[in-house]
Design a binder for this molecule. Structure first.
Ligand code: 5AD
Ligand code: FES
Length: 332
């Protein structure tokens, strides 16, 4: 689709059901009925950045910070493997404590397990990204958040849009399966810029795209901004599926945070991935990117059972392979 077609669909709420059905069909034809589970380890909530929407930003004094060290990361990963997960996602704030050497050690330990490894640890230099890849990392998540450069600048003090783009291109050229995505409903974000976001995913040749509604956090400068709209976020996701038919698309936690059935609705509107948390309860509430996050009271076993039951309840099934993008399925 071109930009105008995307804008027209995003602006018209009269045909939403048709759009979601079509995205579901494209999903089924291209990636089938299997759902990939990714075991998410939120290993540090310490962050040097100041993204205006994010509760982990360094200026938030109102949050208890934690780091999970290598041995405990390995313990959580082992548990995830025991529960059947074939991908581990390591996510954190931009925390310089985990320097290249520490990350390499963690990556090498985790890659002794028969899993695919995804990193989601923010912007890094080419050399760092290369070192992680050489150590065995398979995939990397780095949302562009918005392709509206002025809005990007406004939302990310002391950061550079160009550097984020540079990271994404480095990830692609290093051979990572590269994930990006955007927030829907940031203050002053336009429909036109959401259309540009989708075109950007296509142009980058993203392998994974995560989309979620913006949720205001009390301890951030955006505390009084309105929450992003669930259905608009779902439309951006559905259009992403239709325009990038064979990529992996998660039903995001943020979707379920603002709609009690959000992940199932997303799985039926183009998504084929879910990322359950595999850390213990003590850390979950502290990784408060936004308020109201689901699964705060649950433990990894409960989430695993819960999500599998939900997936089966809609006639889908949990995949037993590592869940590389279909074009890379030889790695599964
Ligand atoms: N609401 C929704 N999503 C958010 N993220 C960060 N802050 C918020 C918020 N307030 C998303 C960003 C980031 C991902 C890890 O979480 O898109 O890339
Ligand atoms: Fe955590 Fe359902 S996935 S309780």
């Amino acid at each position: 689709m071109n930009k105008q077609e995307l804008i027209d669909i995003l602006a018209d709420s009269g045909k939403n059901e048709l759009l979601f059905k079509e995205a579901d069909r494209v999903r089924k034809d291209n990636v089938g009925d299997e759902v990939y589970l990714r075991g998410l380890i939120e290993f540090s909530n310490i962050c040097k950045r100041q993204c205006k929407y994010c509760g982990l930003q360094s200026s938030n004094q109102n949050i208890e910070r934690y780091r999970i060290l290598k041995d405990d990361i390995i313990t959580y990963a082992n548990k995830a493997v025991d529960m059947g997960y074939r991908t581990i996602v390591l996510q954190s704030g931009e925390d310089d404590y985990y320097d290249t050497d520490k990350m390499i050690e963690i990556i090498q330990e985790l890659k002794k397990m028969d899993i695919a490894l995804t990193l989601s640890i923010g912007e890094k230099t080419y050399d760092e990204l290369k070192a992680f890849k050489d150590a065995g990392a398979d995939r990397y998540l780095l949302r562009i958040e918005t392709t509206d450069k002025n809005l990007y600048k406004e939302m990310h003090p002391n950061a550079s849009y160009e550097n984020r783009i540079r990271c994404l291109h480095d990830l692609k050229s290093l051979g990572y399966e590269t994930g990006t995505g955007c927030l829907v409903g940031l203050p002053n974000q336009t429909i036109s810029s959401l259309a540009e976001d989708i075109l950007f995913f296509k142009e980058l040749e993203a392998d994974m795209v995560g989309i979620g509604p913006f949720i205001p956090h009390e301890k951030t400068p955006l505390k009084d901004a309105p929450q992003g709209d669930f259905w608009l976020a779902l439309k951006v996701m559905a259009l992403t599926r239709i325009n990038l038919p064979d990529i992996n698309i998660p039903a995001t936690t943020a979707m379920e945070t603002i709609n009690p059935n959000g992940r199932i609705i997303a799985l039926q509107s183009g998504a084929n991935v879910v990322m359950p948390n595999v850390t213990s309860r003590e850390y979950r509430a502290k990784y408060e990117i936004y308020p109201g996050k689901i699964c705060i009271q649950e433990n990894p076993e409960q989430c695993s059972a819960c999500i599998k039951a939900k997936i089966n309840s809609i006639g889908r099934y949990v995949s037993e392979n590592k869940g590389f993008r279909k074009i890379n399925s030889d790695k599964n």
